[in-house]
Design a protein around this ligand. Structure first.
Ligand code: B12
Ligand code: SF4
Length: 452
């Protein structure tokens, strides 16, 4: 018997259908639907699968035998609304992804079943059980099960994404930064896909540009060098997340450059050694940031940094200090976050007594949800807003563009960092760091049960 499966990536408020706009449509930041593409690839061969990204289109009506919903914490409230909607129609709903995995009991109060961890080895059983009318409550995936090589990317409207060609070579990370969900999600495990498999997948991409979503691809250094060397003949262009340690490895840097790496995202997080120590991220060395960025620049790669404010070590001076240091190290773009205790992380347990906002919808790195130690919540929110608007002020963007076009060979690489700055500029000036979203419903108290 064939099945009709609907897979949903929820969105709400200002993000709903944002992808349909002609301008300011958030396209630059929409580059991975790997969660649902992977689930689609694991579905039975004779099933009809539809993927609906609420940033792009509305939820369709009935006619489905099974609904699967993915959710990061920030969209959990919307995911739960959708669970209620489909369950009322008698359609079984299964949740998966980071929030459901790390908040299993809560998710099970809204969905019929939860897939814990990766979908590999689990979603196939879900589909079989739905067909047999014996759906269980929990399914456990694992990284040792086969990972599909080719994903059904035709299920996405490619015009609505900066690229539908994203992939990963590794999953998981051996570090344990206290604010990060990766370690708890994978239970400390890490897997690397065979180099030949990744190369075959990349070779089949229609686009020249693609994105590696790995959290720490270069953590297995020799594997990374082998992979990059094998990718070089494909002459693709790509970006990835890396760490500052790469700067001391000329062989690895050269392999990245020769394989077409245009830029890297690095979790610098902060210039405060105290904050890094508090976060178990002491392996980041602020005094080496400038050299690291120079090393990437020398190899023709731009650097976007993940920056976080709101650590217990931070007071109100953090905003101007961070801006000054970011300029000094010569960073090309930043993604600014307010420190957020995501449920399931060590940070959540450490600050739970100070949590003031129980709406998971605000756990989007743009809102202050717990009382900081050395400043007020209002000072943190306003300071983060000031920092992001200052970094992406037209004047500072122009200065950065000038820097790229004047360094040797810089003009060759100017397109991507300029595009990224303009995308952040649009988002920042429309929304600031947190932004006012009149379309969102009033704060819901979903986290209250967890905090009780
Ligand atoms: C790409 C990415 C994004 C992209 C694109 C996401 C998209 N939908 O297009 C963008 C930039 C938009 C983004 C935004 C955010 N992200 Co993000 N993102 C990622 C990243 C790097 C890769 C995701 C990915 O493609 N993974 C590969 C796929 C194959 O793995 P997967 O998603 O885990 O899916 C597997 C399983 O989880 C499971 N599964 C997932 N969904 C479902 C559903 C069903 C039904 C089933 C059965 C199984 C299942 O099966 C899949 C295959 O095994 C992850 C880190 C990571 N490595 O996953 C962070 C990550 C998911 N993001 C995170 C966060 C916090 C955010 C932001 C809040 C803030 C920020 N600064 O980025 C915003 C929130 C946006 C929002 N409002 O929802 C956190 C989530 C933590 C949490 N508990 O929610 C992560 C884990 C990063 C981290 N280190 O903490 N993100
Ligand atoms: S923040 Fe980066 S280095 Fe730290 S645990 Fe998460 S993925 Fe690993």
């Amino acid at each position: 018997m064939s099945m009709n499966i609907l897979l949903i990536a929820p969105a709400e408020g200002k993000w709903k259908r944002i992808g349909q706009r002609k301008t300011f449509n958030g396209k630059t930041f929409r580059f991975s639907m790997l969660s649902l593409l992977s689930v689609a690839a694991l579905s039975p061969k004779n099933a009809t699968v539809r993927i609906v990204d609420e940033q792009v289109e509305d939820i369709p009506d009935d006619g489905f035998d099974l609904v699967g919903i993915t959710a990061m914490t920030a969209v959990a409230p919307r995911a739960y609304e959708l669970c209620a909607l489909f369950r009322k129609r008698g359609i079984p709903v299964v949740m998966g992804g980071f929030h459901a995995t790390l908040n299993r009991e809560e998710a099970l109060r809204h969905a019929d079943a939860v897939v814990v961890g990766p979908a590999y080895g689990a979603w196939q059983r879900v589909c079989e059980d739905v067909q047999q009318g014996r759906l269980q409550r929990e399914y456990f995936g694992d990284l040792d099960s086969a990972i599909p090589v080719h994903l059904p990317r035709h299920l996405l409207d490619r015009d609505r994404y900066v690229t539908v060609s994203s992939t990963f070579a590794t999953l998981g990370c051996r570090n344990r930064c206290r604010f990060c969900s990766i370690h708890p999600f994978h239970d400390g495990k890490r897997c690397t896909r065979p180099v030949a498999e990744v190369v075959a997948e990349v070779a089949a991409f229609r686009d020249r540009f693609f994105v590696f979503v790995d959290d720490n691809l270069t953590q297995d250094r020799d594997y990374a060098v082998d992979l990059f060397r094998a990718l070089a003949p494909l002459k693709k262009r790509w970006v990835l997340q890396a760490s500052t340690e790469v700067k001391d490895d000329p062989e690895l840097l050269a392999a990245m450059r020769d394989a077409g790496c245009l830029g890297v995202f690095i979790g610098l997080e902060t210039f405060s050694e105290e904050a890094l120590e508090q976060s178990d991220k002491g392996f980041n060395r602020p005094q080496q940031y400038r050299d690291a960025i120079r090393a990437f620049h020398r190899h023709g790669m731009y650097v976007e940094a993940g920056v976080i404010v709101g650590f217990d070590a931070d007071d109100v001076t953090v905003f101007s200090n961070t801006l000054r240091m970011l300029e000094w190290i010569g960073i090309d773009a930043i993604q600014l976050s307010i420190l957020t205790p995501l449920p399931g992380t060590a940070l959540f347990d450490a600050v739970r007594g100070r949590i003031t906002d129980a709406d998971w919808g605000h756990y989007d790195y743009r809102h202050v949800v717990f009382t900081p130690e050395r400043m007020s919540a209002e000072e943190l929110q306003a300071g983060a807003d000031w920092l992001i608007r200052s970094f992406y002020s037209p004047w500072r963007i122009l200065r950065r563009v000038w820097r790229w076009v004047t360094v040797p060979n810089g003009w060759k690489h100017v397109v991507y960092p300029v595009g990224l700055n303009l995308a952040y500029f649009g988002r920042t000036w429309r929304f600031g760091i947190g932004g006012h979203d009149p379309a969102r419903s009033p704060a819901r108290t979903l986290a209250a049960e967890r905090l009780a």
